[in-house]
Design a protein around this ligand. Structure first.
Ligand code: 0O2
Length: 248
């Protein structure tokens, strides 16, 4: 909702008016960031609970580690401008999906989908959007499963539905993405096209390695009651692999 001060003409010659406007906006922004940070804590707790439970039942942890971040103000402003939206607290809340971000790093590809399913099955989690960059990798080779979810967060006098972006990927995909991220922000790279080409090749090798690691894991745990073959899992996930014959 537009604040009273935004609705009326802001008299730039009136210093107390500008100060009040700035203080109000700063407070609203700080409050919104606090809410996102609480939402992150809730999602992290949900994931940690799942990991603890599975480590008891399956004797291994599907989640290696979890990181999280609140989007930096400069990135928030850049994204709002890119979307042609005003730079306001309302626009942040209404137009951006990834102010609160949680990254889940799994050991194996099937863990990614298992963790996503378990999270989405919880009745207070609403899926807003899903982007599967594993089944449909980006042209540069980026792979990851992105979920935009909404969860309720309870504050002193209200319940707020908060949006959180959850990125789930393997350790290898994460390693690749962090190098790719460095390329994106480094201005003085010699021959960036060549580096992008090499990175794309590495992304394909990593995808094959992830599939082979899944096959190895399945051999290690093949004694379990409900063991599904690696080939079946990869087929179900329709993961495009150059040659599947190497993986079983
Ligand atoms: P940062 O630093 O993570 O904040 P939408 O959310 O649908 O409105 P958006 O944001 O384009 O649209 O969604 P998308 O494509 O799902 O990407 C969002 C985030 O995914 C990015 O956030 C990155 O964290 C990650 N990502 C997407 N593509 C790539 C890629 O090619 N390489 C790497 N390394 N990461 C990628 P931000 O806002 O770019 O940055």
């Amino acid at each position: 909702m537009e604040s009273e001060l935004q609705k009326t003409f802001l008299d730039t010659t009136n210093l107390p008016d500008i100060q009040t406007y700035f203080v109000n906006q700063a407070f609203e922004f700080q409050e919104l960031m606090m809410r996102y940070s609480c939402a992150i804590r809730e999602v992290r707790t949900k994931l940690e609970v799942l990991n603890d439970e599975l480590s008891i039942h399956h004797k291994r942890n599907p989640i290696e580690f979890i990181t999280s971040r609140i989007k930096r103000p400069i990135s928030i402003v850049e994204k709002l401008r890119r979307y042609g939206e005003p730079v306001s607290v309302e626009a942040v809340e209404n137009c951006l999906n990834d102010v609160a971000g949680v990254r889940v790093i799994c050991s194996f590809i099937d863990d990614i989908y298992a963790v996503a399913d378990m999270l989405l099955r919880q009745d207070d989690v609403t899926l807003v959007k899903k982007k599967d960059y594993i089944q449909s990798p980006k042209d540069n080779g980026y792979r990851s499963l992105h979920l935009i979810i909404e969860i309720p967060v309870f504050f002193s006098n209200q319940k707020k539905s908060m949006r959180v972006e959850v990125q789930i990927r393997t350790i290898a995909m994460d390693f690749w993405a962090s190098v790719d991220h460095q390329l994106k922000y480094k201005q003085d790279v010699e021959n960036p096209e060549e580096v992008s080409k090499e990175l794309k090749e590495c992304a394909d090798i990593i995808a094959q390695t992830d599939a082979r690691m899944l096959a190895i894991k399945d051999k290690i745990y093949s004694g379990s009651k409900h063991a599904e073959t690696t080939e079946d899992k990869l087929k179900k996930l329709t993961i495009p692999l150059g040659s599947r014959t190497n993986y079983n």
